[in-house]
Write a protein that binds this ligand. Sequence first.
Ligand SMILES: CC(=O)SCCNC(=O)CCNC(=O)[C@H](O)C(C)(C)COP(=O)(O)OP(=O)(O)OC[C@H]1O[C@@H](n2cnc3c(N)ncnc32)[C@H](O)[C@@H]1OP(=O)(O)O
Ligand SMILES: O=CC(=O)O
Ligand SMILES: [Mg+2]
Length: 708
Amino acid sequence: MTSYVDRAGLSVAAELAAFIEDSALPGTGLAVDAFWIGAADIFARFAPENAALLAKRDRLQVAIDEWHQARVGKPIDAEAYQAFLREIGYLVEEPEPFQINSSGIDAEIATLAGPQLVVPILNARFLLNAANARWGSLYDALYGTDAIPGIATGPGYDAARGAQVIAWAKDFLDKAVPLADGKWADWGGGTPHLADPGQLLAQDENRLLFRHNGLHIEVVIDRSHPIGRDDPAGIADVILESALTAICDLEDSIAAVDAEDKVAAYANWLGLMRGDLEASFAKGGKTLSRKLDGDRRYNGLNGEEIVLPGRSLLLVRNVGHLMTTPALRLPDGREAPEGSEAPEGILDGIVTSLCAMHDLKGLGQFRNSRAGSIYIVKPKMHGPEEAAVTDRLFDAIEDLLGLSRHTIKVGVMDEERRTSANLAATIHAVRNRLMFINTGFLDRTGDEIHTSMRAGPMVRKAEMKASDWIAAYEDRNVQIGLACGLSGRAQIGKGMWAAPDRMADMLAQKIGHPMSGANTAWVPSPTAATLHATHYHQVDVFDRQKTRAAEPIAPLAKLLTVPLAHGHNWSEEEVREELANNAQGILGYVVRWVDQGIGCSKVPDIHDVGLMEDRATLRISSQHIANWLLHGIADDAQVDEAFGTMAAKVDAQNAGDPAYRPMADAGADSLAYRAARALVFEGIEQPNGYTEPLLHAFRQRLKAELVD
Ligand SMILES: CC(=O)SCCNC(=O)CCNC(=O)[C@H](O)C(C)(C)COP(=O)(O)OP(=O)(O)OC[C@H]1O[C@@H](n2cnc3c(N)ncnc32)[C@H](O)[C@@H]1OP(=O)(O)O
Ligand SMILES: O=CC(=O)O
Ligand SMILES: [Mg+2]
């Protein structure tokens, strides 16, 4: 049972109060009492506003449901549909042309182009790895993945694989930092004569440092190293500047359902902001420990020392407006009875900003933001009104913490349909603090299904990516972002590569992101970051942005096209396969979430491809089955059969995990299995198709049972 303490009328979980008072506030110059009085004032002002935003989402959804229900079976009249969306306030007026006005944004976001890594904040081992993923070994990334054909065979170093890797990496150098004459493969050492001598920034007997498209490349020379020994120039590795930025995620990749979880998450963020986070873990029979890497220092050719950041610039993703948390309960209010849980997004905003003050004040060993900003990624906002509330909330947090206006920057996830459809107005609402827009296409796909749930059956999940709406969504995000002046000031970002083991496919496909004019795109791991970094050497993003800025903006009508499966006649086998694939993903993810509190997992699909699953991918799979159930493509029995068969399969996949609780024979005794079913069978009633209300409820029950 959580015990609560009173702070300025708020009931604060004792462990949260202790964290704030003993760890987060000391050093910031803020007094405990003043902090709680200010925080209570923020909750009093913003909790009702937050509730009103959610009520509006529900009203709009009811209206949209009724509109479609009144026209079941008829083609959607695009003009009438758009007029209706305007009438109900789903579509709002476009602002007059404008340019964003954010300032004090670090170069990694404003003027450089490179990968963005996302990492679950509750996993300190991964978190530190992500922060250190600013630099990554290209040799390692190529050797240990399918990036180039073949695989390494062991034990020990596979020289044939190594030769492939070295050839690939030197070919990469030929393109990124070409020699004036000849190829890197033939280079025998000394000072390289580059086609562009200005690319060489530093050289000593162990390292060469180059810069290309703003990104650094370090060539490691070590003739005593097993690889360098056999290399004509002694090259032992090629280190790429990789994850320029990393998002520490409090949202869809974690399971944080109570004060204990929230405090663990906040403590990890504070540890990063103070630079003293450490993790110990067992790997390969040894206990390893990990901490943050220092900066990298080189003796520049011009005689000056070059100091390059050793760590990714860290951003933090708060939760959105939907969820509440039992970590803090509110006093009696007009909309909410006494003891109501506080809106979690407000708590995240206050606490993550407070923790970041340790960085702003230079209290730790490292600097995160050299420009003196706090970077909060705000997910799942629905349109300009919701963004405007976030903007005012951040004003209020700045006032509480004594920060100058717009110290807190916001990254807007363009991942709900109402945001995409009103993107310019949404950007306008946060124009003074915007640091990115990003196409979170996974949530966006879930919202696409849920919003038009009643319009008819949707295309199969794999076909979504080829739909008109998604092409318009990706195009408009870049085009509108450029029209609003983001180039050189803020990021235009693209979505996650959700197949962490498919690096060859990623190398082939994800170059499309910089080509589209996006100056960053999400990757799931440090290895993927290093490989994706090579794309930013192949494409000059800022040049691409100039081209794309001249394009007309893709039409709103195309964005609003609903991905209905017109004239579908799927065979029984196709329906079975679709259900099985979705059910496998749902169960494989939910069982670890509910039973073990793991919020992001690699789960095999029915073709045995390991896919990154998080709450957004769960939203798609659960809403997709719910849609097919609603429209009679499948019935309850077929869905239950898919769940039953797949539970056995997921049990087998997890047989090696001692903490795993099998589902197939447990049936209703497995809370995870029940959660998975509920996500589908109660999917239509879930607000905007979100998965967190049910996930939280089931995880809380499981935690309560563990205590009993
Ligand atoms: C729609 C959205 O919102 S997307 C955003 C949310 N998604 C994410 O944040 C994805 C983050 N990625 C992950 O959590 C993981 O990569 C997973 C779950 C997909 C796969 O995890 P695993 O199966 O454990 O990965 P795998 O075994 O291949 O690799 C583990 C190693 O890679 C590292 N690693 C993997 N992912 C990350 C990451 N995101 N950040 C830092 N390090 C990572 C681990 O530290 C570990 O190395 P170590 O042993 O030296 O510590
Ligand atoms: O948050 C990212 C997404 O795709 O959803
Ligand atoms: Mg998302």
